[in-house]
Design a protein around this ligand. Structure first.
Ligand SMILES: Cc1cc2nc3c(=O)[nH]c(=O)nc-3n(C[C@H](O)[C@H](O)[C@H](O)COP(=O)(O)OP(=O)(O)OC[C@H]3O[C@@H](n4cnc5c(N)ncnc54)[C@H](O)[C@@H]3O)c2cc1C
Length: 339
């Protein structure tokens, strides 16, 4: 049954560890439970509301005057088998990394490179999580959701989710209109290691053959060596998206900075590295009060303890301004800013 709490401190509910207050938090254990709660209490959707998963991509910059809807639904089941393909149905409240561990232990390929990304399964399609050359979109068979206008169940095929780089329909036309209740992932029994990204191949080779277990272990080892653990040092992972610029902008910058990392992007555009731009602007490892840029990864802003969301955003705005001044490129947050 759905549970409700009032005036709750969000510190344990966001990886930045900021202490804002939410007026109301409603937790649901299944689609039916959510449907019953919303039918019984129309005030939940009548005022401000939003979904809060694990809070690993969310920065609260003020108290939240409304209702946070939080999935705590659990369950991973096989819903279809077609040749080598196996479709699994995952409840929104499952921890994403538990899903990866489950797939690996069942010999299923497709999401092993996405090991250790913090957050809930229901949030995975929202920003099309990605790492080490893999994006979750490549395995999404469909997404199940509740439409908040009609309280009907909707199922959207992966091909209709408008997935892009850290983008999806859930951040665009369906934002604030649906609550994702489960995802269906199409995995495969057929081995398909993807090792061409960064140091992954070398890390896997240290462990032996490119098996599912070795890839998962290698990804975890690389991530643990590079990224701060939010339980130790509050952070929201990459704070900014990598900017995608017109070819002539990239060309002009490369004339001045020939070593600047750059990658081809859709529509003949060029993707730059926000981490590199921030580092070159002199912000890597820099600290102002309780907020700082991580010393090993310039894309990650950290809460050194006691920072408010307001302090974090003020700090981020200074970085954006200096990057813009130095390179003429505007970097935008990947993280969801709420308040
Ligand atoms: C240390 C660290 C490392 C990270 N590394 C990566 C990485 O390698 N790659 C990557 O892509 N991301 C990464 N992230 C970002 C983060 O892990 C992902 O964005 C993840 O999907 C967030 O899940 P969450 O449940 O915490 O989402 P939340 O922060 O709770 O929510 C994120 C957004 O999704 C919406 N949402 C969440 N659940 C639902 C739902 N059930 N229905 C509808 N909307 C929903 C929320 O309203 C919000 O807009 C990292 C974060 C941290 C802290």
């Amino acid at each position: 049954m759905a549970t409700e709490q009032n005036n709750i401190n969000l510190k344990p509910y966001n990886s930045f560890g900021v202490s804002q207050i939410a007026e109301r938090l409603v937790e649901f254990t299944s689609y039916d439970d959510l449907h019953a709660a919303l039918t019984a209490d129309p005030t939940i959707l009548a005022g401000s509301w939003r979904v809060l998963g694990g809070g690993n991509n969310t920065l609260f910059i003020s108290d939240y005057h409304g209702t946070l809807i939080h999935p705590v639904s659990k369950g991973i089941t096989v819903s279809a088998e077609r040749g080598d393909d196996v479709v699994i149905r995952v409840e929104a409240g499952e921890e994403w990394d538990d899903v990866v561990a489950w797939a690996v232990s069942h010999g299923l390929w497709g999401i092993e490179n996405l090991s250790l990304i913090p957050g809930q399964a229901g949030a995975a399609p929202v920003q099309n999580i990605g790492a080490y050359g893999t994006e979750v979109k490549d395995t999404i068979e469909s997404v199940e959701m509740l439409c908040t206008a009609t309280l009907n169940r909707l199922v959207l095929g992966g091909e209709y989710c408008s997935f892009g780089y850290r983008e999806s329909i859930f951040k665009q036309s369906l934002a604030g209109k649906v609550i994702i209740t489960a995802i269906n992932l199409r995995l495969s029994r057929k081995p398909a290691p993807r090792l061409d990204y960064g140091a992954l191949r070398a890390e896997v080779e240290k462990l032996g053959e490119p098996s599912l277990e070795n890839i998962r272990q290698a990804v975890i080892a690389i991530r643990e060596s590079k990224l701060p653990d939010p339980k130790v040092l509050g952070n929201g992972g990459s704070f900014f998206k990598n900017p995608i610029v017109e070819p002539e902008v990239a060309k002009k910058l490369l004339a001045t900075y020939p070593d600047m990392p750059h990658y081809p992007a859709e529509g003949d555009k060029t993707k730059l590295s926000s981490g590199w731009l921030i580092e070159q602007a002199g912000w890597k490892g820099k600290r102002v009060g309780n907020v700082g840029v991580h010393d090993r990864q310039a894309l990650v802003l950290v809460n050194h303890g006691g920072a408010t969301g307001g302090e974090v955003i003020e700090f981020a705005q200074q970085i954006v301004a200096e990057v813009e001044q130095k390179f003429g490129v505007t970097i935008v947050p990947e993280i969801n800013i709420v308040g």
